[in-house]
Design a protein around this ligand. Structure first.
Ligand code: SF4
Ligand code: MG
Length: 311
């Protein structure tokens, strides 16, 4: 559970930006139910990855807290967080140490936390490699000897070996060949079913998220603007930004009747977000009030939450 989690950076250099604050993540409150997949979507630069970094202890929040099973863990150090939350990153090429054998890489979390004897650790590594569909001989190989898909399987094995409460998948397939993407997504789903895992699945690709997520949160310029079940978000999106994202996705939904407002360009500078509703300069439905008052994220009829004056 994230409670009003915020992160701002002070921009240091550049004449125009000096001293200006970049609110990368603003008051994000979100519950990820155990055993479910929460999709987190939005354009690049909307704060998704900063949010992930705070959950992983890679950067500390400016305000707010993170709770796992009702216990606050924000502010905890990275090692303590790693017991609860583990990542699978976008790029399996850079997230694996090229000089370590796969067995060392996958077993690292166990060694860091002093879990089990070396023999027990080796057995657990072998079990994990098998679960992610890697042959036993992979244990002795180096990342450079494996394909991109195999490397992402290694990253998945390393993330799951601690049996974390939450796995953060940050664009885990976007660096892979299209033919491999589906295999990795299906593996993530199978493992989730088998072990009752909980994922926060970050992606800019709505087709991927539709395949996996039970619920979705849509972020725009650091804030959640809509949250709801997969059926709500894909079937009856309520926020104009959610509708625009769906309209601009690869598989158009003609039934939504939303003009493509050209999301490919025109995202405002996050360090100088528009007043009121930050989406108002791009919103086809904006009214005068939208420019002056920021809508709060309220419970919506039929479930979920939405931040729009017209919702
Ligand atoms: Fe558009 Fe206004 Fe709703 Fe913002 S509050 S999304 S500008 S209608
Ligand atoms: Mg990112």
């Amino acid at each position: 559970e994230l409670r009003a989690l915020s992160k701002s950076f002070t921009l240091g250099s550049g004449l125009l930006r000096k001293g200006r604050k970049l609110h990368a993540v603003s008051e994000v409150s979100l519950r990820v139910p155990r055993g479910q997949v929460m999709g987190l979507v939005g354009e690049s630069g909307c704060g998704k990855s900063t949010l992930a970094k705070m959950l992983l202890g890679l950067t500390s929040p400016t305000a707010g807290e993170v709770l796992v099973d009702g216990r606050p863990i924000a502010g905890a150090n990275q090692k303590a967080l790693a017991r609860h939350i583990q990542p699978i990153f976008q790029d399996p090429y850079s997230s694996l140490n090229p000089r370590q054998r796969i067995a060392q890489i996958v077993g690292l979390p166990l060694r860091v936390h002093g879990i089990g004897s070396p023999k027990e650790q080796a057995a657990r590594v072998a079990e994990m490699l098998d679960l992610v569909g890697l042959p036993g001989r992979a244990a002795r190989q180096y990342p450079g000897q494996l394909s991109g898909g195999q490397r992402q399987r290694v990253a998945i094995a390393r993330a799951l070996i601690m049996r974390p409460a939450l796995v953060i998948c940050d664009e885990p397939t976007s660096a892979l060949d299209v033919s491999v993407q589906a295999q990795i997504l299906n593996l993530l789903l199978d493992l989730k079913e088998a072990f009752g895992l909980t994922y926060l699945f970050i992606s800019h690709d709505l087709a991927v998220v539709e395949h996996l997520a039970d619920r979705l949160a849509v972020m725009y310029l650091g804030r959640i603007v809509e949250e709801g079940s997969r059926e709500q978000i894909f079937g009856a999106p309520r926020h104009p930004y959610t509708r625009a994202l769906l309209a601009s996705a690869l598989t158009p939904e003609p039934g939504l009747g939303v003009p493509d407002i050209g999301l490919g360009c025109g995202q405002p500078d996050p360090s100088a977000p528009p007043s009121g509703c930050a989406f108002h300069p791009r919103c086809p439905l904006a009214e005068a009030n939208c420019e002056r008052h920021r809508p709060s994220l309220n419970d919506a009829e039929g479930g979920g939450r939405v931040a729009c004056h017209l919702a």
